[in-house]
Design a protein around this ligand. Structure first.
Ligand code: ADP
Ligand code: MG
Length: 384
């Protein structure tokens, strides 16, 4: 959907022109999974899929929110009434951003917002971050606090953690706010230092497929919390601030210290090896060798499946089928228990891989997955 349609939708709803149109993308994470709450490394890139917002300021303390993806008219809220975890609906994400901006001392006196989106929701592609970041960027431009991308990301994370009440790391919001076209973003979640790493798949004759399994297993929130707690326990037992502080060459010694703690041992092993994989991937990409990252992606999947235990039959099926059908590498991406997997392949392999994955889902009695190509795209921006 182009900026013009969103602008027209706004005018139809609110009877006036918006002051501007902004867009923020969903993301996939190339490597570095379940590391962002362990102060570790992540490497997301932005999708061409975006959430678009047409926005105008108001001066009467009213916030009106409308999404083309949700039936019904605009939802009207008073910004003075916004309170953490008071809203169980989708409006908590954008309202949380307004709340977080005001909490941080930035003036917002109201807004009319109309949203459309091409980011699949609940597919592990971060539609929630796209929604938060697009609203934060629009209000930042209109109200002028002049925050940088990483500051907007922090603010959006606060909206999601505190206002919505969903415990997420900083990766999704930073990816949506800061990614650059043709690049992956190497992010150190400890200090938020970041590096744009060249990731031009097409130039190398490669493609990266995203396979949205279209399942989300119901227990995923509880399991996420359990992994976080387990990682915190590991760090405490090992006497470090975060698992990031265990170097790869100190892994064996750390695991020896954890003797008897079976679950914590597995979690620690995943986080430490995943950080090392992320560092290997960034070195290869900076050396211009995209092909060689394939096996590292696949190693990452095995670690998430066997050690961190956040995969599921549908994600494993995508990975196994892709590898058996000639992919260079494949892994689940995002939190797990459903959502999406990524597959790295030669361009020529796309049709056969897509067919094989779809066929495997039919044979297993699963819903047909959504398969699409992910071109590393731009981060959040003003589009009109
Ligand atoms: P993900 O971020 O992986 O897509 P989440 O569960 O974190 O999944 O966020 C999905 C939720 O975000 C949706 O259930 C909805 O409440 C909200 N959301 C995302 N995009 C939109 C949109 N365009 N319109 C309305 N709500 C949205
Ligand atoms: Mg989300």
């Amino acid at each position: 959907m182009g900026a013009l349609e969103v602008q027209e939708g706004f005018t139809e709803l609110y009877g006036a022109e918006p002051e501007g149109v902004w867009a923020a993308p969903g993301r996939v994470n190339l490597i570095g999974e379940h590391t962002d709450y362990n102060d570790g490394f992540v490497m997301p890139f932005a999708l061409p899929h975006v959430t678009t917002a047409a926005v105008a300021r108001r001066d009467d303390g009213v916030l009106r929110l409308h999404s083309a993806d949700v039936p019904g008219g605009p939802v009207e809220l008073r910004i003075d009434d916004l309170a953490p975890q008071s809203d169980r609906n989708w409006t908590a994400y954008p309202a949380g951003v307004v709340w977080a901006l005001r909490e941080a001392g930035h003036e917002v006196t109201g807004a009319d917002v109309h949203l459309t989106s091409t980011v699949p929701t609940g597919a592990g592609l971060s539609s929630s971050a796209a929604l938060e970041v697009v609203v934060a960027l629009a209000l930042n431009d209109l109200y002028g606090p002049d925050l940088k991308g990483w500051q907007l990301a922090r603010l959006c994370q606060r909206a999601e953690n505190v206002y919505v009440g969903a415990p997420t790391g900083i990766m999704d919001q930073t990816a949506s706010a800061c990614c650059a076209s043709g690049h992956a973003l190497f992010l150190d979640t400890r200090d938020l230092s970041q590096r744009q790493v060249p990731f031009d798949l097409a130039a190398e004759g490669l493609r990266l497929l995203v396979v949205d399994t279209r399942v989300q297993h119901a227990h995923s929130d509880g399991e996420y919390g359990r992994r976080r707690t387990g990682c915190e326990k590991g760090a405490a037992l090992l006497g470090v601030d975060a698992l990031r502080d265990i170097p790869y060459d100190g892994l064996d010694a750390a695991l020896a210290e954890l003797a008897g703690e079976e679950e914590v041992t597995r979690l620690v092993r995943h986080v430490v090896t995943e950080n090392e994989r992320a560092e290997r991937v960034v070195s290869l990409l900076e050396a211009g060798d995209i092909r060689s990252i394939g096996p590292i992606l696949t190693e990452g999947h095995a670690s998430l499946r066997d050690d961190f235990r956040v995969s599921c039959p549908e994600l494993d099926l995508v990975v196994d089928t892709a590898l058996a059908s000639g992919a260079l590498g494949a892994r689940m991406t995002g939190g797990g228990f459903g959502g999406s997997a990524i597959v790295l392949t030669e361009s020529s392999g796309v049709p056969a891989l897509t067919k094989a994955i779809e066929q495997s889902f039919t044979d297993a009695g699963h819903r047909t997955p959504r398969v699409f190509e992910a071109v590393p795209s731009a981060g959040a921006r003003r589009s009109a």
